[in-house]
Design a binder for this molecule. Structure first.
Ligand code: URA
Ligand code: SF4
Length: 207
């Protein structure tokens, strides 16, 4: 089975050590076509850990999570919900960009959703980030992130907007839509307001 496990540093590596090790991960085939590993970023002691799906085109180029169009939506929504960006750590369920090149679309790299094997392979990095950051709340952005953290029965439409327990630890989970779903929605304004109101529940939970 694909797994990142052999690439994890031993001992109690902090985020810099994890990031460095993840740069060389070959735990699944996604490292082959992507430019680089995009590890999590932000406050190592954040109370809020934000979990996305996987890096997009811009993130793959720049090496940081949520720096593209979805990241702009997320930043604005966090601000409106009253979550301080300095109190967040942002990462993805899968650390390499998965895409297909569509020649008819000017060779653009089009995002492809990671499959269960890739999500499972990459999970040790997320587990390590969760151990180090030890957030009070994990905000799950969209269905893929939810499935990666909570299992394949997760449904964002049913479980968004409420505080869910996270097994084995003290923190809770708040699920919401992925910010890129806002950009794709027929009614963008309504989708955006839904994202903000979910994030407000996370903001209230940490006081
Ligand atoms: N979408 C994600 O899920 N993560 C990113 O880092 C960027 C876009
Ligand atoms: Fe490793 Fe995750 Fe990249 Fe796969 S996607 S190579 S498991 S870092």
């Amino acid at each position: 089975a694909y797994t990142a496990e052999p690439f994890l540093p031993g001992g109690r590596a902090g985020l810099p050590g994890l990031r460095e090790a993840a740069a060389g991960c070959r735990g699944c085939p996604l490292h082959r076509d992507a430019t680089r590993t995009v590890f999590g970023a932000g406050n190592a002691h954040a109370r809020v850990l934000l979990l996305g799906e996987q890096p997009g085109d811009q993130e793959d180029r720049q090496g940081r999570p949520f720096v593209g169009p979805a990241g702009k939506v997320l930043t604005r929504a966090l601000d409106e919900a009253g979550i301080d960006p300095d109190d967040t750590y942002v990462t993805n369920a899968v650390k390499h960009f998965k895409f297909e090149v569509v020649p008819e679309r000017g060779k653009r790299r089009i995002h492809k959703a990671p499959n269960l094997r890739e999500m499972t392979a990459c999970k040790p990095w997320l587990d390590a980030e969760l151990r180090v950051v030890d957030p009070e709340i994990i905000v799950v952005l969209g269905a893929t992130a939810g499935k990666a953290l909570l299992g394949s029965s997760f449904r964002v439409t049913e479980q968004r907007g409420m505080l869910l327990p996270f097994e084995g630890r003290g923190e809770s989970v708040l699920a919401t839509i992925h910010p890129s779903a806002v950009l794709r929605a027929d009614d963008r304004e309504a989708a955006y307001e839904g994202l903000v109101s979910d994030l407000r529940i996370a903001a209230r939970a940490i006081g």
